[in-house]
Design a binder for this molecule. Structure first.
Ligand code: NAI
Length: 408
């Protein structure tokens, strides 16, 4: 029962650091493919695979999942998970993992660099010198020390930036809808408007949501301190680009750094157009906030660790489509059984009755549910009958039961 060999198919050049992380809890046979296989090739390649690791180009829908009955989990070695039909995966008892915070530091560093470049007016001087100009004047050029930085969204990136900017001597202010513990001497602001009126540089680090869409509209851009700078390296729909262009035209905003846009080209072969391209005091970058080799490595490790923990511990911690259970190691002398099931009354009772009928004592148990799915783990003491897995799979509501490998 515990001799299962796990196999993982990693496509789209998942970072090599994933291998060590994926095998960190026990053996996993890894097969790699460089590109994104077409659906037919993927279906064939998934036979016998317990794990599929993808990046953003491989689409997983119900048809692919149906062709992969051995598949236990999907790892998105990236931030987004739109390429996977999450609900269909959950319905088949397949948790999906990703690495949402692996590029936090990379974004914070780009923001910090942008703050310094904007305050020193480097973009204008750089455009000029490339054309043979020589703009040596110190007019409008400032050190960042003692300047006021306003961080909107004090989450993973916002707090990292807060620490880095404080170390440079900036006065950090922040606004968040949730109560947040301030790092160092950072000061929370009661409203976004108060932050906008106070700060020399405002930088956005909030998610895209109905609440944040267009949060920097014409009114809010005009509420910023005259001569201040705006940075958006979060999401393209947070800022009214036309309103920003108008505030740059009349000098109300002294410069901006923008990495994300309402419409972004789908590949490097498509042209990018934006009203911001005409400004020499604007840093434009092609959504590269998180694009570093370090972030790629961290994504490789982060997603792979979550998959390995699922295979060997049954942990669904940080799964994006599944009830989250994060158990420790299997209790000594016990066998762990993991059962994704339909969330309806009575399932846990049926599971425990089946354990009792098999002569097993439930030494530990974990359960979480969402609207549709439940996920139960039980550490069972005592030798289990050979057909125990079949009995659990036959219970009303079981999606698919699994007996985890015994600790080595
Ligand atoms: P996070 O979830 O850790 O933090 C977001 C914070 O924003 C939370 O503290 C939340 O309470 C706060 N928030 C939400 N709505 C708010 C509102 N209306 N007003 C004020 N605060 C609000 O997210 P993280 O990891 O720090 O990412 C921040 C942004 O950066 C996200 O939009 C993310 O998509 C983007 N990002 C961009 C990258 C790029 O390549 N340019 C790479 C990675 C992330």
């Amino acid at each position: 029962m515990s001799t299962q060999t796990f196999r993982a198919l990693l496509v789209e050049n998942v970072h090599p650091d994933a291998d060590a992380a994926l095998t960190g809890y026990g053996p996993v046979e890894i097969t790699r493919a460089s590109g994104s296989p077409d659906p037919q090739a993927l279906k064939a390649a998934l036979k016998g695979q317990s794990v599929l690791g993808i990046r953003s180009r491989t689409h997983i829908d119900a048809a692919i999942l149906d062709a992969a009955p051995d598949l236990l989990a999907v790892g998105c070695f990236c931030i987004g998970t739109n390429q996977v039909d999450l609900a269909e995966a959950a319905r088949r008892g397949v948790p999906v993992f990703n690495a949402p915070f692996a590029n936090t530091r990379s974004v914070a560093e780009l923001t910090l660099a942008s703050i310094i470049m904007l305050m020193r007016r480097v973009p204008e001087k750089m455009f000029a010198i490339h054309e043979g100009g020589w703009l040596k004047s110190a007019d409008g050029c400032n050190e960042v020390r003692k300047k006021k930085l306003g961080i909107v969204g004090y989450g993973n990136i916002g707090t990292q930036l807060s620490v880095l900017a404080s170390a440079l001597g900036m006065h950090v202010y922040f606004y968040d809808i949730e109560p947040k513990l301030a790092h160092g001497n950072a000061r929370p602001m009661e409203s976004l408007e108060a932050l906008l009126a106070e700060c020399d540089v405002v930088t956005l680090h909030v998610p895209s949501s109905t609440q944040t869409r267009n949060m920097m509209n014409r009114e809010r851009i005009r509420a910023m301190k005259p001569g201040s700078f705006l940075i958006n390296q979060a999401r393209g729909d947070l800022v009214d680009i036309e309103a920003l262009a108008s505030a740059l035209d009349d000098g109300h905003i002294a410069g901006a750094a923008v990495d994300v846009f309402p419409v972004e080209p789908s590949s490097k072969d498509n042209r990018f157009d934006s009203p911001l391209q005409r400004f020499r005091n604007v840093i434009l970058t092609p959504h590269i906030g998180g694009s570093t080799l370090e972030a790629q490595a961290a994504i490789g490790q982060d997603s792979a660790i979550k998959l390995a923990k699922y295979l060997y511990l049954g942990s669904t911690g940080h799964a994006v489509n599944f009830p989250q259970v994060e158990p420790g190691p299997v209790r000594p002398g016990c066998t762990r059984v993991a059962v994704p099931h339909v969330n309806a009354p009575g399932f846990l009772r049926r599971l425990n009755d089946a354990a009792e009928r098999a002569g097993a004592n439930v030494a530990a148990q974990f359960l979480q549910t969402d609207a549709e799915i439940g996920y139960a783990l039980a550490d069972l003491e005592g030798a289990l009958p050979a057909d125990f897995l079949d009995r659990i799979n036959a219970l009303d509501g079981t999606i698919r039961a699994r007996i985890l490998p015994s600790p080595g």
